[in-house]
Ligand binder design. Structure first.
Ligand code: ADP
Length: 163
């Protein structure tokens, strides 16, 4: 039984994140999506909201569960029985940080392997920050996030008044 852990802030989840989850499920028997509390990143959504948004979207998927987590990722992965950590790799700009993280995690626990997956090309430029900026300015984010996330963004962000 091969279990992978996909950690992130998911503030909020985008189609890029979903793309990575689908790919991971093709490789692993089960996937745990671990939503980091990450208070120092000052997320727009609470960890409970971020977990709920992913749960709503993956409700009908088997072999996946979504959990909040706090603390040291590698310890959490170990405690959850995961053999691998999944990270999405978009552009070269992701590489340096991800490389550093993967090697640091390996030095903390060499039994857990980090696996990088590339999303479909159309999502390579997509990130949660851009989505929040567009939504904040009243733009249409329907091509970037599922409907439920779009609704929550509208509720959360004050919309600019158009003349
Ligand atoms: P973190 O704070 O851990 O970077 P994110 O929610 O931004 O949290 O990202 C979680 C993981 O998902 C990271 O590995 C990131 O590279 C990946 N990811 C984010 N957006 C995309 C996307 N559009 N396509 C592929 N992977 C993505």
């Amino acid at each position: 039984m091969q279990t992978a852990l996909y950690p992130g802030t998911f503030d909020p989840m985008t189609h890029g994140h979903l793309d990575i989850m689908e790919r991971a499920l093709r490789l692993f028997d089960s996937l745990i999506v671990a939503v980091a509390v990450n208070p120092y990143k000052h997320p727009l959504f609470t960890v409970e909201e971020r977990v709920e948004m992913i749960q709503e979207e993956t409700e009908s998927w088997e072999r996946i569960r979504v959990e909040p987590f706090d603390g040291l990722l590698i310890e959490y992965a170990h405690n959850m029985g995961a053999q691998s950590i999944i990270r999405g790799l978009r552009a070269v700009s992701d590489f340096e940080y991800e490389f550093q993280m993967a090697l640091t995690n390996r030095s903390l626990d060499s039994s857990i392997e980090t696996v990088f997956l590339m999303p479909s090309e159309q999502y390579t430029y997509l990130n949660s920050t851009i989505v929040k900026e567009i939504a904040h300015l009243g733009g249409n984010v329907s091509q970037f996030v599922p409907k439920g996330v779009e609704r929550r963004l509208r509720e959360k962000l004050p919309q600019p008044e158009h003349e």
